[in-house]
Write a protein that binds this ligand. Structure first.
Ligand SMILES: [Zn+2]
Length: 189
């Protein structure tokens, strides 16, 4: 029994660790992370096909299940989550989600935008973003940052995707360091 007592706090602590950086899909342990990755994986194809972003909310319903509001169709660069989604009856909103659509060599869509981060911070919720390479970013409101939760290929990638090795994203960003990433674009790949 003493061994159990020793192990138990460790297990509890592990369960509270949210979203370690740059894991593989198989390594994910957080239930919301796993739900988000599976959900966004399914949305990727639709997003590539229609060449637009899709967005919505994740939350906890009355039966304690993690659920998603229906994906809304956005634009090529942007997707506004409706007030109706935020006020879904019985839904405790925990995070936003959106796809970044198809590969575009001229777009910074492998990372969140600063507006993505600021929007979630303003709402007081986390956020999940899938990118053309199949990366998943988690915006963490409590940590005031965004982390690359899961690397390229974590979810379905755009077959046309090409990695820009001269301007690879870091594993995590604050709003300030993300602005620096955009400013330090070398202008070539
Ligand atoms: Zn975005």
């Amino acid at each position: 029994m003493s061994k159990l007592k020793l192990i138990l706090p460790g297990v509890i602590a592990l369960a509270l660790v949210h979203s370690a950086v740059a894991q593989t899909r198989e390594d994910l342990i957080d239930k919301v992370d796993i739900f988000a990755v599976n959900f966004l994986n399914n949305l990727q194809q639709l997003s590539f096909r229609d060449r637009v972003e899709y967005c919505g909310l994740f939350g906890i319903d009355d039966d304690e299940n993690i659920v998603a509001t229906p994906a809304q169709v956005g634009e090529e660069y942007g997707c506004d989550i409706s007030d109706e989604a935020y006020s879904t009856p019985g839904l405790e909103v925990i995070a936003s989600y959106h796809t970044h659509g198809q590969y575009n060599a001229d777009a910074y869509n492998e990372v969140p935008s600063t507006d993505d981060m600021l929007g979630d911070f303003e709402e007081g919720i986390d956020g999940y973003i899938s990118t053309p390479s199949g990366r998943i970013w988690a915006i963490l409101v409590d940590d005031s940052n965004a982390i690359q939760l899961c690397g390229p290929g974590c979810v379905v990638a755009d077959p046309n995707y090409q990695e820009c090795t001269a301007h690879l994203p870091d594993e995590q960003y604050t709003v300030e360091s993300l602005e620096l990433y955009f400013e330090n674009d070398p202008g070539y790949c």
